[in-house]
Design a protein around this ligand. Structure first.
Ligand SMILES: *Cc1c(COP(=O)(O)O)cnc(C)c1O
Length: 479
């Protein structure tokens, strides 16, 4: 493809994207594609000869789009938001065009230095103690692909701190005879914690589930008791993962109570605020991070609720030297003359190669501005509060969890229904509503109860969309 052709098709693609961002509402939110339906449209072999770009783009519209669920649809209320925005898309396009691998400072100084600045901006926006001021109690940041990867990094760092780098050297099997390393989290912690514990060699059997209170937040006293019991039994307490904004109900583990327990026992504290971290840009929600100064590592995802398209996860650590030492590899071909003066992010995470993700973040933070970001997020939270009010006002509906942020957990519960019937009917309600395509929502299970969830956080979601969601649900109940 020459430059003239690129320009022509590029304009077409931009036009298509602009229409899409403006009119995504015209699509059914959830794809109704059946298993195998898209695959059946794609040839079994790569073409031998070049195909025309116009044909490829037409096939994208005809064959691919029907199999797409529209995450940025204003009536997408499923799982959690993964919102994007026009400035983010533009930044992503430039990053793709540059095709930079930001593994070392030297492989693109601007990529590393912009990333350092963006992490400082983010840290300040959410109120983290950030940057070098000589004290140990400040965070330093790096962009990762996902919270799952960041949490895995944290668990590996915790493991190496606990074993004085022995597992890195001799492997877990080499420590035979030592007690098992133990990891503490609540039953509401994200599945990435379990996955990370398996990969990092803790083993899923060494995940200790700590009790939660009535809001499903971790009980710090129970944490203390479980650590003490493990110590008595010759096990090695290593790491606590606290969740700020759990996936099920956005429960907030109390860092100001968990932190001192972790510190007293010398445990690593990792904070997973993948979704909820963005809410801390609001002064009135800052409290969700009270006690974060006790953490060793902290992650939140601008790719969830900060208008930056997937992927972009912000990972903060207190001790970057420990992170680098844990991850360090230093083959000759990666050494440069600048290594003493600059930051090389290659050892701040798992992959060597790194995308230039700071660019889209820079575009988003500048084009929105902090004030507009706050307005958007406060708007989502206000809509969630309003929705929960509607649920509470109806005798046949039940609110299933507190609503501190953007997610409402509820169910349809006429008094005549048994629990079993209630579970079946709410599942049926969800399936019917999703199949109809106006809204898309998902569920969680709370104490065996099938619970509907509405997570509000798309860039273009306005009050009318939330009103419609409530109407669609109530009408579907009468069918
Ligand atoms: C979404 C989520 C994750 C996983 O995020 P990825 O970036 O997809 O890995 C982890 N923890 C919590 C609390 C989440 O909400």
């Amino acid at each position: 493809m020459d430059a003239a052709e690129f320009r022509r098709h590029g304009h077409d693609v931009i036009d298509w994207i602009a229409d899409y961002l403006e009119n995504s509402e015209q699509y059914p939110v959830m794809s109704s594609s059946r298993p195998g339906e898209t695959a059946a449209l794609i040839p079994d072999h790569a073409p031998e000869e070049s195909e025309d770009m116009s044909t490829i783009l037409a096939d994208f519209r005809r064959d691919i789009l029907p199999g797409v669920t529209h995450w940025n649809h204003p009536r997408f209320f499923a799982y959690f938001p993964a919102n994007n925005s026009a400035p983010s898309v533009l930044g992503e396009m430039l990053s793709a065009a540059l095709g930079v691998n930001a593994m070392l400072w030297q492989t693109s100084p601007a990529a590393t230095e912009l990333e350092e600045k963006m992490m400082a901006w983010l840290g300040e926006l959410i109120g983290l103690p950030y940057g070098a001021d000589g004290s140990q109690d400040r965070f330093h940041g790096v962009i990762q692909d996902t919270a799952s990867t960041a949490t895995l990094c944290a668990l590996v760092c915790a493991r190496e701190k606990c074993t004085a780098f022995a597992v890195n050297a001799v492997g877990a099997a080499g420590l035979a005879g030592a007690g098992a390393l133990r990891l503490y989290c609540s039953p509401e912690a994200h599945s990435s914690v379990v996955k990370g514990a398996k990969i990092a060699g803790f083993g899923s059997e060494n995940i200790v589930l700590v009790d939660v209170d009535e809001s499903r937040a971790m009980d710090a006293e129970d944490l203390d008791r479980r650590i003490t019991t493990d110590l008595t039994n010759g096990l090695i307490p290593c790491c606590v993962v606290a969740t700020v904004g759990t996936t099920g109900t956005t429960a907030i583990d109390p860092l100001e109570r968990i932190g001192p327990v972790a510190r007293r026992h010398g445990l690593w504290l990792h904070v997973d605020a993948a979704l909820a971290g963005s809410a801390a840009i609001l002064p009135e929600k800052r409290w969700i991070l009270n006690g974060v100064e006790h953490a060793d590592s902290f992650v939140f995802n601008p790719h969830k609720w900060l208008f930056t398209n997937f992927d972009c996860s912000a990972y903060f650590v207190k001790d970057p030297e420990h992170l680098e030492r844990t991850m360090a590899i230093n083959p000759d071909y990666l050494q440069t003359d600048r290594d003493r003066e600059v930051r090389n992010f290659r050892d701040w995470g798992i992959p060597l190669g790194r995308r230039f993700r700071a660019l889209k973040l820079w575009f988003v933070l500048r084009n929105f501005g902090a004030r507009r970001l706050r307005e958007k997020i406060a708007g989502h939270i206000a809509l969630a509060e309003e929705f929960s009010g509607w649920v509470e006002a109806e005798p046949d509906w039940e609110l299933m969890a507190p609503v501190p942020l953007n997610t409402v957990c509820f169910r349809h519960r006429p008094t005549a229904w048994s629990e079993t019937e209630c579970n079946e009917r709410n599942k049926d309600l969800m399936d019917r509503v999703n199949a109809a395509g106006r809204i898309y929502l998902t569920h969680t299970t709370l104490d065996g109860r099938f619970t509907l969830r509405v997570a509000i956080g798309q860039t273009q979601t306005e009050r009318e969309h939330v009103v419609e969601a409530w109407e669609v649900l109530r009408e579907a109940c009468n069918q």
